[in-house]
Design a protein around this ligand. Structure first.
Ligand SMILES: [Zn+2]
Length: 469
């Protein structure tokens, strides 16, 4: 049994409220910018890491397009830990968070976090397993293979590299690092999930194997460190066993694997908060690993992990308009809720209409006392440059549906211009419809909001609500 010789994170933080910002500012990766994604975005920091005296680097393979895949290692201890990130190329927060954690560990020259961590543990990490997908901003690799569904077939070079690393490094613990869609919530709370975690199943029965129990214990340890203000924003990922997925493969090999999904918090489009939370999670998990790995006598508590609410993705939209009155000519009035999603997801625009009380929105509009109003046409017969200012002038007069020659419109506003469909009747629209090709207003005596396909404009403030999503 190894006695605890290191200072735990909680002891280090003892006496002060956990100021995640301050801690992060002090130790985290510098020079990465707000939203690094591509090989080039991470190249300067990785080159610096390579020069660090405690860092060893070796090439373990190449991507399908021939980009090198590097494995970095720090420490020389017997406990083997292996982290990989961004196997889905369009999930770069995982890489930023991983490198933040590594930098915090390396920059902690006085061993504030742990005494002798490098003697107790070897931490291997493979940042950006899918560099081709990262450069193309795609989930899949350059063969259009989802690497995380290739753990059995091993048809991708990246999947083969990961498979070999898991077999050769024989890690005791692994971190499988991803980003998840902003629509995930902690079930029941309606709040966005800033981070979801999982000990992936090791078999089709979902048995809690000793390896999974160890991972659950480490994750429970992490949960004890995260600030109470965050607790409602954490969730437990759910996924049935699949031999095609690498986390499940690792669990089936007796590795205590932890899936970490960087989630989302409204109004934080670069995901700076999830990035910090995941970076801190890696550090707190390492603390848990160092604390518990050899302490098999203790009755560990892993219930914090199991009590996390499930991670679900059917309780959230970007903008939720509630209680909108619709008054069609000659028909009975009715009230609906309307859910709208931004154009970076599919489907987008108006995605649901009706009783949406089960949903939450990053932006909510209480439309009680407000009604739907169709937009009037803007017929173009001379060139128009559509800045936000000129667009707002049209919208504030109830106009917004463009018709005429589209080449006459130079739209510099950054907001979508919606064109009258060439087909279909010319009758005025009487209520919201699904899709992203409609422009309409939310109004009482005056016009309050304009809906331009997937974008909602606050006409009083003259701004798009997208920034609050
Ligand atoms: Zn992923």
């Amino acid at each position: 049994m190894v006695h605890k010789t290191h200072l735990s994170l909680s002891e280090w933080l003892n006496g002060a409220p956990w100021d995640i910002e301050q801690f992060y500012q002090q130790y985290s990766a510098s020079g990465l910018g707000d939203a690094p994604r591509t090989v080039e975005d991470f190249s300067v920091l990785l080159a610096e890491l390579q020069q660090h005296p405690l860092v060893r680097r070796r090439q373990v393979g190449s991507s399908y397009l021939g980009q090198p895949l590097w494995l970095y290692s720090i420490g020389q201890g017997p406990i083997s830990v292996f982290a990989w990130s961004q196997m889905h190329g369009n999930e770069p927060v995982s890489t930023a968070a991983l490198l933040d954690a590594v930098c915090m560990l390396l920059n902690d020259e006085e061993d504030t976090l742990w005494k002798d961590w490098s003697r107790l543990m070897t931490f291997h990490f493979l940042p950006m397993l899918n560099p081709d997908g990262a450069d193309a901003n795609t989930r899949h690799n350059a063969q259009s293979i989802d690497i995380n569904r290739d753990a059995s077939a091993l048809q991708s070079p990246e999947g083969r590299v990961l498979h070999q690393c898991l077999l050769n490094l024989k890690p005791d613990y692994a971190f499988n690092m991803h980003d998840q869609s902003r629509f995930y919530t902690a079930q029941g709370s309606g709040l966005p999930s800033v981070m979801a975690v999982l000990t992936p199943p090791a078999n089709s029965g979902g048995t809690v194997t000793p390896a999974r129990a160890r991972a659950a214990r480490v994750l429970s340890h992490v949960l004890g460190y995260l600030p109470s203000s965050l607790q409602d924003y954490l969730s437990r990922y759910r996924s049935p066993y699949s031999s095609r997925a690498f986390g499940d493969f690792a669990s089936s090999k007796g590795i205590s694997c932890m899936l970490l999904e960087s989630g989302y918090l409204g109004g934080d489009q670069t995901r700076s908060v999830p990035r910090k939370v995941v970076a801190m999670t890696v550090l707190a998990a390492l603390d848990g690993i160092l604390t518990y790995h050899h302490d098999n006598d203790v009755n560990y508590r892993d219930d914090a992990y199991w009590q996390l609410p499930l991670n679900v993705d059917d309780e959230r939209v970007d903008v939720l308009i509630q209680h909108l009155q619709v008054a069609p000519d000659g028909s009975e009035n009715f009230a609906v809720d309307v859910g709208i999603n931004r154009s970076d997801v599919s489907p987008n625009g108006v995605v649901d209409i009706g009783d949406l009380r089960h949903l939450n929105g990053f932006v909510g509009i209480d439309a009680r006392g407000l009604s739907f109003r169709a937009a009037e046409k803007v017929t173009l017969d001379e060139p128009v440059t559509l800045s936000q200012e000129t667009y707002l002038e049209y919208l504030r007069q109830g106009q917004g549906l463009f018709c005429g020659e589209s080449s006459l419109l130079n739209n510099t506003s950054g907001w979508p211009a919606i064109w009258q469909q060439k087909t279909g009747s010319d009758a005025s629209v009487s209520g919201p419809t699904l899709g992203n090709q409609q422009v309409w207003f939310i109004a009482n005596k005056s016009l309050r909001y304009a809906v331009l396909g997937d974008t909602v404009i606050d006409l009083e403030r003259g701004e798009s609500l997208n920034q609050y999503i």
